[in-house]
Design a protein around this ligand. Structure first.
Ligand code: CMC
Length: 431
């Protein structure tokens, strides 16, 4: 709606300014405040970016009140049921679902890049055996920028494409190397005859002294989790990648910044924290005690895996994962999984509690994902790494979209200064 406008009045002076609205394909309009400094000598302030759109994007749409998530217009439920992670990667990067030949070519392009440079592999030896894998992964991803000088011109579309393929292809290898380093086991090289998730599981669990056959149930479950984690519009880590990338820094450094942002427990680190919390709660009898702690404002304890900045309804990804838990645990012969039983009971009790109802706090994507990861024998410290592997494509897609936009500018927020006014320097002996 081009002629929809918003009038802002500075009450004391009566000065008025007309601010344009902009409409997207779906979702609320935005008010374009770019003229505010000129009109009123004022900025907007929005700590936590609760009501600020940072960019235009064609990739992912969320309606938080309705619990809707779509990638390039396709509902997440349909992608989860019918698609594959490789196909979703192609969709996020290219805007359309691939034809059979295009998917084949894309999958082969990714396969072509699964190995990491042997020098990069030696970086792991510098880490203590109990280093958190996210520390290793963020460092190794940042170090990739030291290896690919030949294809790092961010203004060259072919270079950007090779970068995208490298990140998606090498993240499982980087993650598996971190896992093997933690265990003190030899690194297992990628196998390009396997699918993306089969290869990841093989690199994680195979050892040189025995054959290892990947369980197809495990590979399928991982593929589903990866689809559900692939992108989530302007979340904290994606916004970090965009902000870092907007300076023109090399793209591997921008992705590494995203890995670092994802690590926090308010974001991707929540999946690890959920499992720690469930183990701490231990039994159903303890649930009321922990719910009371989560509601107590003097305690830092929060119900991990609950609440979301955008979803004020069920996170659609949590619904899909909860249903998948039943199926995966049954297929793996783990029908009486105590962690899953406890999580279900915790959800049931919390969703009847006024505190959670009034604040619209529902389980998010991280609440149930750890149940599946642990059923697949992936250790708790690796959960956020799994999230990073899956989210890499989202980060890359957003970075690509930003760099290809001729209107791209450096991301540079302003502030409300609340420090001291001007004062004169005092010599040290006189202070
Ligand atoms: N447990 C207890 N209280 C909560 C929780 C929770 N998990 N989440 C929000 N609240 C309360 C919060 O204390 C506040 O209460 P009041 O209005 O009385 O001050 C109210 O609900 C609104 O919360 P907020 O902190 O203003 O919400 P936010 O949008 O800034 O934070 C969040 C969103 C996801 C960081 C937060 O809900 C949270 O910390 N959840 C637990 C961590 C988690 O599961 N994170 C994963 C997010 S989804 C996946 C991802 O991003 O990677």
């Amino acid at each position: 709606m081009a002629d929809k406008k918003f009038e802002l009045t500075e009450v004391s002076s009566g000065k008025k300014a007309v601010l344009p609205f902009r409409s997207g394909t779906l979702g609320p309009d935005v008010i374009d405040v770019a003229s505010l400094p000129k009109e009123f000598d004022a900025f907007t302030i929005d700590p936590g970016f609760g009501v600020t759109a940072a960019c235009d994007s064609k990739i992912t749409y969320i309606d938080g009140d309705a619990g809707v998530l779509m990638h390039r217009g396709y509902p997440i439920e349909q992608l989860a049921e019918k698609s594959s992670y490789m196909e979703v990667c192609y969709l996020l990067l290219n805007g359309e679902l691939p034809g059979a030949g295009q998917l084949d070519k894309f999958t082969n392009d990714i396969r072509h890049h699964t190995m990491i440079n042997e020098s990069l592999l030696r970086f792991y030896n510098g880490f203590h055996h109990n280093a958190h894998p996210m520390a290793m992964v963020s460092a190794v991803v940042a170090s990739m920028s030291a290896f690919y000088h030949d294809t790092m011109d961010i203004h060259n579309p072919r270079h950007r494409e090779i970068f995208a393929h490298r990140v998606i292809a090498k993240l499982p290898t980087i993650a598996a190397a971190a896992h093997k380093h933690s265990l003190g086991q030899p690194f297992v090289y990628p196998r390009n005859d396997l699918s993306y998730c089969e290869n990841l599981l093989h690199m994680f669990f195979a050892v040189p002294c025995a054959p290892y056959i990947v369980n197809p149930v495990a590979a399928e479950a991982l593929d589903l989790l990866f689809i559900l984690h692939a992108d989530h519009e302007q979340n904290a880590s994606t916004s970090t990648v965009r902000l870092a990338g907007s300076t023109g820094t090399n793209p591997y450094a921008a992705i590494s910044a995203g890995v670092a942002a994802l690590w926090g427990p308010a974001h991707g680190g929540a999946n690890e924290a959920v499992l720690a919390m469930l183990e701490q709660i231990g039994t159903v009898d303890n649930i009321p005690k922990y719910l009371a702690m989560a509601k107590d404002k003097s305690s830092h304890f929060r119900l991990m895996g609950f609440g979301h900045r955008v979803y004020k309804n069920f996170d659609p990804r949590a619904k899909i994962i909860r249903a998948a838990c039943h199926k995966v645990l049954k297929s793996l012969g783990q029908t009486n999984n105590p962690l899953f039983e406890l999580a279900l009971k915790l959800e049931e009790i919390a969703l009847k509690d006024d505190y959670f109802v009034e604040r619209k706090l529902y389980p998010n994507v991280d609440f149930y994902s750890g149940v599946i990861y642990s059923a697949l024998n992936i250790p708790r410290a690796m959960f956020t790494v799994m999230f990073a592997v899956a989210r890499a494509v989202g980060w890359v897609a957003h970075w690509q979209e930003m760099i290809a936009d001729p209107a791209m500018r450096i991301g540079r927020p302003r502030q409300l200064y609340t420090g001291p006014g001007k004062r004169d320097y005092v010599e040290i002996g006189k202070r």
